[in-house]
Design a protein around this ligand. Structure first.
Ligand SMILES: [Mg+2]
Length: 205
């Protein structure tokens, strides 16, 4: 019997890796809360968790409420693709099996599928929603990546990359963001500041 050629699997995050959530959050908050923040304001260094607290100068509960307003708004539904992603994904798709691994919750399922169909048609073979937000759930992106046999994870969140690397999955910390720029990277994680850098890392050119 002939062996079926299997491609290595790359798991890819959605927000701020494929879709520009950071810019959309800024526009939403400027329009709804009267801020006058610039792109530069949204790149200041700070922790990933509740990152916007540092920008909006609101407390944790207020920050969460404001972000939740954004999540159910048309801004979240209409995120723009990250520059350069599509052409690199088309190239990667020849050599790899590309899947989405996102921690968007139930409210994001339908919009995720429609955004992918609109901006990244025929690229991804599967979409996994990781219930990080579940009560007491032990789910992690690293566990899902292990279960589906992913060789790589591309994600802008250092914590997800770290857990993946610890599970033996090669992690690519994506983007040059205020919440990931300051990290020192352990073995198993490389940084790619944009999709061209991902192309060089995974296609070797
Ligand atoms: Mg992300």
């Amino acid at each position: 019997m002939l062996m079926k050629m299997t491609k290595k699997i790359i798991a890819i995050d959605a927000d701020d890796t494929l879709f520009d959530e950071n810019t959309a959050v800024r526009h939403f908050m400027n329009n709804h809360y009267g801020f006058k923040h610039t792109a530069k304001d949204y790149l200041v260094e700070g922790p990933f968790d509740n990152y916007w607290e540092n920008i909006w100068h609101k407390n944790s509960a207020e920050t969460t409420t404001m972000y939740e307003e954004f999540v159910v708004s048309s801004y979240k539904e209409n995120l723009k693709p990250i520059t350069g992603a599509l052409s690199v994904l088309n190239e990667l798709n020849k050599q790899y099996d590309l899947v989405i691994v996102t921690s968007r919750d139930q409210r994001g399922i339908k919009m995720t599928h429609s955004s992918l169909a609109l901006h990244y048609p025929n690229i991804f073979s599967d979409v996994h929603f990781v219930p990080l937000w579940g009560d007491g759930s032990e789910a992690t992106k690293a566990k899902i990546c292990s279960e589906i046999g992913a060789s790589y994870l591309i994600d802008d969140c250092f914590e997800h990359c770290l857990l993946a690397a610890e599970a033996g999955i090669s992690a690519i910390l994506f983007g040059d963001y205020g919440w990931n720029r300051q990290q020192n990277l352990p073995k198993g994680i490389i940084r790619c500041k944009d999709w061209e850098a991902v192309r060089r890392a995974l296609c070797g050119k």
